[in-house]
Design a protein around this ligand. Structure first.
Ligand code: NAG
Ligand code: NAG
Ligand code: NAG
Length: 187
């Protein structure tokens, strides 16, 4: 009894101070909410290799739902001034950092892992995309700002290469003006 109380007190103290530092921090989906700039992208997929030199930065808004799923709304400003917008509702899985969705636009299945996240700074995302018998991996560097520090770019390249992408297919995207924000859609 006394021992349990002591342990409880110790845990409480840990919560109140910083001694929980050596335990892995729990992933917090709510903190992923809001707008991210897609600063880097990497994949060996042919469509990307062909177009990578012309690709520009876009944004993705993460909106966790009450059920724990994740609404992803992306926008990229095109050269003609119009916006290319697409969105997907990604289903939660047993792993809090992993989500799955079917993309209507690409007609592929996406298995997405939020590998690392510093919520007010950057996130590294890896997605396995499958269409029929073909599959490939994409990685993304998301940032809260349009800038990515050199150290972060290096991290992203390393992460992409470890994910199986060739170094030359790891791209920091050209800066781009932003699309106007869409009014929130009631669901
Ligand atoms: C996501 O969940 C919905 C509702 O349960 C289901 O109909 C849909 O097939 C799921 N999508 C994927 C890609 O798992
Ligand atoms: C993608 O596939 C690779 C190889 O099969 C696997 O190691 C990795 O965990 C998968 N990633 C996701 C996000 O499912
Ligand atoms: C690079 O990645 C490592 C390991 O994931 C992390 O500890 C470090 O903070 C990252 N560096 C930057 C600049 O984000």
């Amino acid at each position: 009894m006394g021992r349990t109380l002591l342990r409880t007190l110790a845990v409480l103290l840990c919560v109140l101070t910083t001694c929980a530092d050596d335990t892995p921090k729990a992933f917090n989906l709510e903190k992923m909410a809001g707008r991210w700039f897609r600063v880097g992208m990497a994949t060996n997929a042919e469509w990307f290799v062909k177009n990578k030199a012309d690709m520009k930065m876009g944004t993705t808004v993460f909106a966790p739902t009450a059920e724990g799923n994740l609404e992803l709304s992306s926008a990229i400003l095109k050269d003609d001034g119009t916006c290319w917008r697409y969105s997907n509702l990604a289903n939660k899985t047993d792993n809090p950092q992993r989500f799955v969705y079917h993309s209507k636009m690409w007609n592929n299945n996406n298995d997405m892992l939020i590998v690392e996240a510093v919520y007010d700074d950057y996130a590294l995302i890896s997605t396995n995309k499958t269409k029929g018998s073909e599959s490939y991996v994409t990685t993304e560097l998301l940032s809260r700002t349009q800038e990515a520090r050199v150290a972060l770019q290096q991290n992203f390249t390393q992460f992409s290469v470890l994910s199986g992408v060739l170094p030359e297919n790891t791209v920091i995207l050209a800066k781009n003006d932003e699309c106007p924000e869409e009014p929130a859609v009631d669901q």
